[in-house]
Ligand binder design. Structure first.
Ligand code: COS
Length: 386
C-alpha cells in the first residue's frame, strides 16, 4: 500500500526494520524475561541517529516531524514495543523543552538527547493523580534563586535510566491546574532519588520507577515557560506524544498480524494448513482491516500536527484510542490463531498481547481520550454557533 511516505521516511522505516531484524529480534525475549534495560540497543539507536528523529534541526536533530517519529516507533514496535519505548520515552520527556523551553534550555539539553548521550523522561503522574492530572501534590516553592521540590512521581518511564527529567509540580496549590509549573531536572541533583523498579505485565524491557523529591533544590532558570503554565505544558506535551503511543500500538498489531499469517500458513490440522479454514481467514481479514484503518488515522494525526494545525487534541486522542483498541483486539486474536502455542512464551504473540495492554492505559487512559474527543466535539459545535 502507498502511504505517501517521503524518501526520508522510507529510509527511516527501512533502517528501523533492519535494526529490528538484526539487533532487536535476537534479544527481545531476554529483555522481556529479565527486565534488563537494553543499553546495548540504545547505543545502536544512537549510532544510527535514531535518537535525533524527534529533535528539531536547530538543536542537532533530524527535524522533529511527528510523521518521521511515528514511522520509526511503528516499525521498531513490530519487533519489541518495550525496547522501542526506551528510545521514544525520551521524546515525551523532551516535548516540554521543545514546545515551551527557553533558548538556553533547548541549547543545553536537546543536542545531548539528539546525540543519544542522554535519555529523557516526563514526570506528571502521582499515586493519587493519574487521570486527574490537575490533582498532583508535588510542590515547588521558590526560595531565593531556587525552587525546592517535594513529592513523589509514580510510574515514570525511563525513571533512573534517564539523565534529563521534565517534571510538573504545584507552585500555587490554591489555583488548582493553573497553579502547576514545569521544571527540567537532572539525575544526580541533591534530593532527587529513585524508587524501586516496577515489575510490569508488558513492555518489560523499559524501566518504570518513582521519582522522589526531598527538598530537591532546582535552579530558577530550570523553570519551563512561566509559573502557572505547567498544566498547559503537560496537556500540549500529551497532545504531541499520543500519536507516538498510537504508532506503538500500530506496530504491535502489525507484528502480531504478520506472525499470525505466517503461523496460519505453516500450521496443519485436518491434513491442511489452517490458513485454508474460513474461520481463520475471517479473523485475519478483520485484523488486517482494523490495522489499515488505524494506520490511516495515526498517519493523519501525525500529518495534521506537522502541518502546523493549532489544536490537534482531538485527532491525537482519536489515533491513540483507536490504534490501542485495535492492538489489544488484534494481539488477542493472534494468540487465538496460535492456539495453545500462542499461550507459550516460545512464540512472540503472548508478549505482544501483554505489551498491547499498556497502550490503552498510559499517556491517558482510553476513557480519558474519549472524554478529550467529546469535549472537543462539543467545543467545536459551540464555536460554530457563535
Ligand atoms: N491544550 C491546551 N490547553 C488545555 C488542554 C490542551 N490539550 N487541555 C486542557 N487545557 C486547558 C483548559 O483549556 C483549561 O484552561 P483554563 O483554566 O484557562 O480554562 C485548563 O487546561 C484546565 O483544563 P480542564 O478543566 O479541561 O482540566 P481537567 O482537570 O478537567 O482535566 C483532562 C482534563 C482529563 C483531559 C486531563 O486531566 C488529562 O488529560 N488527564 C489525563 C492525564 C494523562 O494523560 N496522564 C497520563 C500520564 S502522563 S505520561
Amino acid at each position: 500500500m502507498d502511504y505517501g511516505l517521503t524518501e526520508e521516511q522510507i529510509m527511516i522505516r527501512d533502517l528501523c526494520r533492519q535494526i529490528g531484524e538484526e539487533k532487536i529480534k535476537p534479544v527481545r525475549e531476554h529483555h522481556d524475561e529479565t527486565g534488563e534495560f537494553p543499553w546495548e540497543i540504545m547505543k545502536v539507536f544512537a549510532d544510527a541517529d535514531l535518537t535525533s528523529v524527534f529533535i528539531p534541526v536547530e538543536y542537532g536533530g533530524m527535524g522533529g516531524s511527528c510523521m518521521d517519529t511515528v514511522i520509526a516507533v511503528e516499525e521498531l514496535s513490530k519487533y519489541c514495543a518495550g525496547i522501542a519505548l526506551c528510545l521514544f520515552a525520551t521524546s515525551l520527556g523532551a516535548f516540554p523543552i521543545i514546545l515551551f523551553g527557553s533558548e538556553d534550555q533547548k541549547k543545553k539539553y536537546l543536542p545531548r538527547l539528539a546525540k543519544g548521550q542522554a535519555l529523557a523522561a516526563f514526570g506528571l503522574t502521582e499515586a493519587s493523580a493519574g487521570s486527574d492530572a490537575g490533582g498532583i501534590k508535588t510542590t515547588a516553592v521558590l526560595d531565593g534563586n531556587e525552587y525546592v521540590l517535594n513529592g513523589t512521581k509514580q510510574w515514570i518511564t525511563n525513571g533512573g535510566e534517564a539523565e534529563v527529567y521534565t517534571v510538573i509540580a504545584m507552585t500555587n496549590k490554591a489555583k488548582g491546574a493553573r497553579g502547576a509549573s514545569a521544571f527540567v531536572l537532572e539525575k544526580g541533583m541533591p534530593g532527587f532519588e529513585f524508587g524501586k523498579k516496577e515489575n510490569k505485565m508488558g513492555i518489560r524491557a523499559s524501566t518504570t520507577r518513582e521519582l522522589i523529591f526531598q527538598d530537591c533544590r532546582v535552579p530558577k532558570e530550570n523553570l519551563i515557560a512561566k509559573e502557572g503554565m505547567g498544566f498547559i505544558v503537560a496537556m500540549k506535551t500529551l497532545d504531541n506524544s499520543r500519536p507516538g503511543v498510537a504508532a506503538q500500538a500500530l506496530g504491535i498489531a502489525t507484528g502480531a498480524l504478520e506472525a499470525a499469517v505466517q503461523y496460519a500458513r505453516e500450521r496443519k490440522q485436518f491434513d491442511k494448513s489452517i490458513s485454508g479454514f474460513q474461520g481463520i481467514q475471517f479473523m485475519l481479514a478483520d485484523m488486517a482491516t482494523k490495522i489499515e484503518a488505524a494506520r490511516g488515522l495515526v498517519y493523519q494525526a501525525a500529518r495534521q500536527i506537522d502541518s502546523g494545525a493549532k489544536n490537534f487534541s482531538k485527532i491525537a486522542a482519536m489515533a491513540k484510542v483507536f490504534a490501542s483498541d485495535v492492538a489489544m483486539s488484534v494481539t488477542t486474536d493472534a494468540v487465538q490463531i496460535f492456539g495453545g502455542y500462542g499461550y507459550m512464551k516460545e512464540y512472540p504473540v503472548e508478549k505482544m498481547m501483554r505489551d498491547a495492554k499498556i497502550t490503552q492505559i498510559y499517556e491517558g487512559t482510553n476513557q480519558i481520550q474519549r472524554e478529550v474527543i467529546a469535549l472537543n466535539l462539543i467545543k467545536e459545535a459551540a464555536a460554530r454557533k457563535q
